[in-house]
Design a protein around this ligand. Structure first.
Ligand code: LLP
Length: 397
């Protein structure tokens, strides 16, 4: 990826920089991989990045939205996502959020408990509406990912246990203002081992047989999101292997002819098109190591502090032949966990050098905070690697 440094010079750092051409190519790649699968529907997981400019592009490419809050539903609607393609998940939906979904006739509530089902039924009855619901099932599959982003194991707070599913569907079918449409799964995030999805397909196949033998008809299967990306080599692998990902479901999931298959991809859609750009403030020489102190911190990108994530870190100002040194790359926040990388080899760096933290398009800007009274980062866009345009919502250059 190229970075227009002369344009960066004029902008206050830190900021997010998005390559919208890469986003466009990524969206096309998903569409190509599903072109001959009319019953496959991809809902973009808004939580990964809710920047209005990105959302408008994703919505206009025809994707649906996966929301986990009323705020996300409002953001999705105002960015052009069609309400009939919005699914709404979350263990703790509040009444106003459920009402918002009902008022806008969203496609489906992904229900996570029986008490929640009862509340949706009551609120829908007040409006004389019928809510489509899918049950989030906890398939107890280990996605072999970070413990803080694995969700499909029995001990997680998410979903309904397989054993309790029949009872839940039975109750739903008796409720006047509920329409049972299907099953929802999500086994975790940053999944690189596609065998986990194979295991999920087998679990769904078994479950389908059980439900059918009990006379239960299911219209939709939603397999969630989770496809991982290459954090180590973002330039070598800018677009995830969507062919293989969708191929697993094509090959192993026994979808009935009347059924629709839904996906909720977040990270794999937006991660690689975004970088966090910071400037080097100081090189501080300690007794055993040296610190490269940048002006971005966990307030702009919390993934290293929260999950121990490592984002490819580049000094994009240093000339090519600069000799390498080893740095701990740290931010200015008053937390000892405000460390981007330890013992990172980088070109010898100087005050003012731009540092790019790559693969930051997913769960970067959306997880930013104002801790230490910092301002939320602004965002800038590049369509063709030449024209840098500020976010027309909140930026000016
Ligand atoms: N569907 C559900 C029900 C989810 O909980 C999630 C993510 C997704 C879809 C989208 O998953 P994706 O395709 O993006 O993996 N903040 C963490 C990731 C948390 C993921 C939460 N759920 C991180 O920075 O790694």
């Amino acid at each position: 990826m190229k970075f227009p440094l002369e344009k960066f010079e004029k902008i206050r750092t830190p900021f997010y920089y998005y390559d919208l051409s890469l986003l466009s190519d990524t969206l096309s790649s998903i569409k190509e991989a599903t072109a001959d699968l009319p019953n496959y529907h991809v809902h973009y997981a808004i939580k990964a990045n809710a920047n209005p400019r990105l959302l408008r592009q994703i919505a206009s490419a025809g994707f649906g939205a996966d929301c986990v809050s009323g705020g996300e539903i409002e953001t999705a609607l105002s960015s052009g996502f069609d309400a009939s393609k919005i699914v709404f998940a979350g263990v703790g939906k509040s009444d106003w959020e459920i009402n918002l979904g009902l008022d806008n006739n969203i496609a489906c509530f992904n229900v996570e408990s029986i008490p929640e089902l009862e509340v949706i039924n009551q609120l829908a009855a007040k409006k004389e509406k019928t809510a489509n619901v899918a049950f989030r099932v906890n398939p107890n599959i280990d996605a072999h990912t970070h413990e803080k982003i694995t969700t499909g194991l029995n001990e997680n707070k998410f979903g309904i246990a397989m054993e309790d599913l029949h009872e839940a569907i039975g109750l739903a079918c008796k409720m006047k203002n509920i329409n049972y449409v299907g099953l929802h799964f999500h086994i975790g995030s940053q999944i690189l081992d596609l065998d986990a999805y194979h295991a999920l397909c087998q679990r769904v196949n078994d479950l389908q047989k059980q439900l059918e033998s009990a006379g239960i008809k299911t219209q939709t299967i939603n397999v969630g999101g989770g496809l991982g990306i290459d954090y180590e080599q973002p330039d070598a692998n800018p677009i995830p292997d969507f062919q293989s990902y969708f191929g697993i479901f094509r090959k192993h999931l026994n979808l009935r002819s009347h059924q629709q298959l839904h996906f909720e991809l977040g990270r794999s859609v937006v991660a690689q098109c975004g970088s966090l750009i910071a400037r080097t403030l100081y090189i501080k020489k300690g007794h055993t190591k040296q610190f490269l102190i940048v002006d971005a911190g966990l307030t702009e990108l919390i993934r290293p502090a929260m999950y121990g994530a490592v984002h490819a870190t580049l000094n994009i100002s240093a000339p090519k032949e600069t000799p390498t040194e080893v740095y701990d790359v740290v931010g200015p926040i008053c937390e000892s966990s405000d460390v981007f990388a330890k013992a990172m080899p980088l070109p010898q760096s100087r005050r003012g050098d731009f540092i790019a933290f790559r693969s930051a398009g997913a769960y970067g800007e959306t997880m930013a905070s104002c801790y230490n009274c910092r301002q939320l980062p602004q965002s800038y866009f590049n369509m063709s690697n030449e024209n840098l345009s500020p976010n027309d919502m909140d930026c000016s250059m």
